[in-house]
Design a protein around this ligand. Structure first.
Ligand SMILES: CC(C)(COP(=O)(O)OP(=O)(O)OC[C@H]1O[C@@H](n2cnc3c(N)ncnc32)[C@H](O)[C@@H]1OP(=O)(O)O)[C@@H](O)C(=O)NCCC(=O)NCCS
Length: 218
């Protein structure tokens, strides 16, 4: 089972709501939030921590600060817990995805694109897919679908930017999404969430899992 939690953190700009929620997250998350300079980043980091607590509670996983460990490339895990998670934040949105297997998720706010980025960093097939779109609006849509799908893959592997973006290719066939990659033999699947807003949300998971999405009011 893959569970996805999404929330808007705008309400955390309110001081009382912010401090009430801050007291509910782990000490490590509190420290992380406090180190950030801008309120918008503090709210995103806190929102991610709140979603993580909720998700792990739903999955029946108890954890304390000492249980959070990091892979070589910085991907967080919970020791002694069968549940894996991944977090993402952008604009005013936060996302948390959990599963019993490795998982990666990404949210990005759609903005204007510089097609040199896709040409330089994406796989040729992906660049061609973007150019094949008939309007500028559709190209932008394709770019951000690919961006979040690619990022969700980088994040499921835990390699982050250590894995060059042109080393693998995401193939979009309308709603059917697949990947060409040489990293391993895992059966990677992709799921996109369309909330009809100015964001793209993608999740990468392994195997034939049921996916459940929850929109959370903070
Ligand atoms: C660090 C990275 C994993 C994600 O960075 P990002 O897109 O800026 O940030 P997101 O908000 O999506 O994700 C951040 C979360 O990922 C998690 N994370 C950190 N390192 C990670 C790793 N190596 N693998 C998976 N997840 C990781 C953390 O939980 C972090 O949230 P937290 O700090 O609140 O705990 C990495 O892929 C990166 O640097 N990306 C740069 C973005 C880019 O250029 N993308 C190219 C477009 S395809």
């Amino acid at each position: 089972m893959v569970k996805i939690y999404i929330a808007d953190v705008s309400k955390l700009n309110d001081e009382k709501t912010f401090s009430d929620l801050l007291s509910t997250v782990s000490k490590a998350r509190q420290e992380k939030v406090n180190k950030l300079r801008f309120q918008k980043d503090k709210s995103l980091s806190l929102g991610a921590g709140v979603l993580l607590n909720l998700a792990l509670k739903d999955m029946g996983c108890k954890f304390s600060d000492n249980d959070i460990v990091f892979s070589q490339n910085g991907k967080p895990y919970i020791e002694n817990c069968k549940v894996k998670f991944n977090l993402s934040h952008s604009g005013t949105k936060v996302m948390c995805a959990v599963s019993e297997d490795d998982i990666g998720c990404d949210v990005e706010k759609v903005k204007d694109i510089d097609d040199k980025i896709a040409k330089r960093f994406f796989h040729n097939e992906e660049y061609d897919y973007i150019l094949s779109q008939k309007s500028e609006e559709k190209q932008k849509d394709a770019f951000f679908r690919l961006w979040t799908l690619k990022e969700s893959f980088l994040k499921i592997t835990g390699l982050g930017m250590k894995l060059p973006l042109s080393d693998f290719s995401i193939i979009i066939n309308d709603k059917d999404i697949s990947i060409r990659q040489n990293l391993d033999k895992n059966d990677y699947r992709f799921f996109e969430i369309d909330l009809s807003d100015e964001y793209k949300y993608s999740v990468c998971f392994i195997g034939n899992n049921e996916v459940e999405t929850k929109i959370v009011e903070l």
